[in-house]
Design a protein around this ligand. Structure first.
Ligand SMILES: [Zn+2]
Length: 404
């Protein structure tokens, strides 16, 4: 099954367009961290680069007697004259130093013909030369594009207008764009023009606000089978398991004042084996706990499973146990200042054994259990390793004995 996908298009996040560059866009640097934080939310990420030969005719320096900001006729069209910028292979043409480029699936170079400018990432300004971006996107089954970058009133606008004209469902991520504003109001007029052409306006909250993000994900998720605790669902044709009635899973690296760490042992039916795991549980797992914070879920679950009250808890990392199988993520927490006030063991239907293992012996102890066939949760090893950094308690990493 072919899935329709959405692509993020990063427009011209290059040094010359940042404050201090040859053609600085005011506050242009402020969108770079947003570009970094949006990229993980898209299956396809594309970047355009303004990439001019040194004799490019959009440069005022190529027209003796003309000044930057004047408009001339070029290739039969009005052309604003710019300072020399984004000259091929120059440091000004390089990506912004803080931009993460490891996720870029495709890079488009534009403005390479000295005789015509190219604001859009799809075509030059006369629509004579195609950059190949539309073909690339179609080859990857992209039907929706989200555009951000520099500058709102030139390259972002031109890219969005072309995307919409080419039939892509087109969005401009308003707060992740900045404009040149040669004339005050240029950005507002550019956004209005995009809107009239069918481009929809969104903000980064669509991905970066967890509630809004989840609402959009739920809209594109269909339920195949509803179980008591778990449902089988599909998103864009991809089937996976999702839990019901919880906002997340917390797993806890709990260390006692005498430098022991707590592990729990339970027979687990899906793998039909006794498993060693971190104390863990679901946020909002009962009606009584509905609306609780992650922090109170950590304290509640730790007490239910181990009988320890934690004086202090802090989040360490969000991890994925099996990203192709389930939408679940695990928040690893560190719990310290422990005091034993209960017996633990979990609720009556959970038969949980609690192990207090000296921190310095933990990986040796786990390796022995693994050698006997116990299964160790990936989050337990990850949690120990991450907590060791946080606590500054070095840990001896010892791989389990697989008998190989
Ligand atoms: Zn240019």
């Amino acid at each position: 099954m072919k899935r329709s996908l959405e692509a993020l298009i990063l427009v011209d996040l290059q040094n010359d367009f940042l404050p201090g560059g040859a053609l600085p866009v005011p506050e242009g640097d402020q969108v770079v961290p947003l570009a970094n934080r949006l990229q993980p939310h898209f299956p396809i990420v594309v970047a355009s680069m303004d990439w001019h030969p040194a004799n490019h005719k959009s440069f005022a320096s190529q027209h003796p007697g003309r000044r930057v900001g004047e408009t001339i006729q070029l290739a039969g069209m009005p052309q604003v004259l710019w300072p020399d910028h984004c000259v091929q292979d120059s440091s000004g043409a390089a990506f912004a130093p803080d931009l993460y480029t490891g996720s870029l699936d495709h890079i488009v170079h534009k403005g390479v013909d000295p005789d015509i400018d190219s604001y859009s990432a799809f075509f030059d300004n006369g629509r004579r030369r195609d950059t190949g971006l539309a073909d690339y996107l179609r080859s990857r089954s992209v039907d929706g594009v989200y555009i951000m970058g520099l500058a709102t009133d030139y390259c972002v606008k031109a890219t969005a207008l072309d995307a919409a004209a080419l039939g892509f469902t087109t969005f401009v991520i308003e707060d992740a764009c900045r404009g040149v504003e040669l004339k005050p109001g240029d950005c507002r007029r550019a956004l209005d023009e995009m809107e009239r052409a069918g481009v929809r306006r969104v903000t980064t909250a669509r991905w970066l606000d967890p509630v809004e993000r989840q609402r959009h994900l739920d809209e594109e998720t269909s339920v195949i089978h509803e179980g008591r605790f778990v449902r089988l669902v599909a998103r864009r044709g991809w089937e996976f398991a999702a839990r019901r009635g919880t906002r997340g899973v917390v797993a806890i690296v709990a260390v006692t004042p005498d430098r022991h760490v707590l592990f729990v042992e339970q027979y687990r039916w899906p793998v039909a084996r006794r498993c060693l795991e971190l104390p863990a549980g679901l946020v909002d797992d009962t009606a009584a706990a509905a609306g609780e914070s992650f922090e109170s879920a950590v304290k509640r679950e730790l007490w239910e499973e181990t009988g320890y009250e934690a004086g202090s808890v802090c989040p360490i990392a969000e991890l994925v146990p099996s990203a192709g199988l389930t939408s679940e993520t695990t928040w690893i927490y560190l719990a310290t200042d422990l005091e034993r006030t209960g017996s633990g063991g979990g609720t009556e239907d959970e038969a949980i054994l609690v192990h207090h293992i000296p921190w310095d012996d933990a990986t040796r102890w786990l390796a022995q259990r693994a050698a006997d066939g116990y299964l160790v949760a990936a989050s337990l090893y990850a949690g120990l390793w991450l907590a060791a950094e946080k606590l500054r308690w070095p840990i001896d990493i010892r791989p389990p004995d697989t008998g190989a």
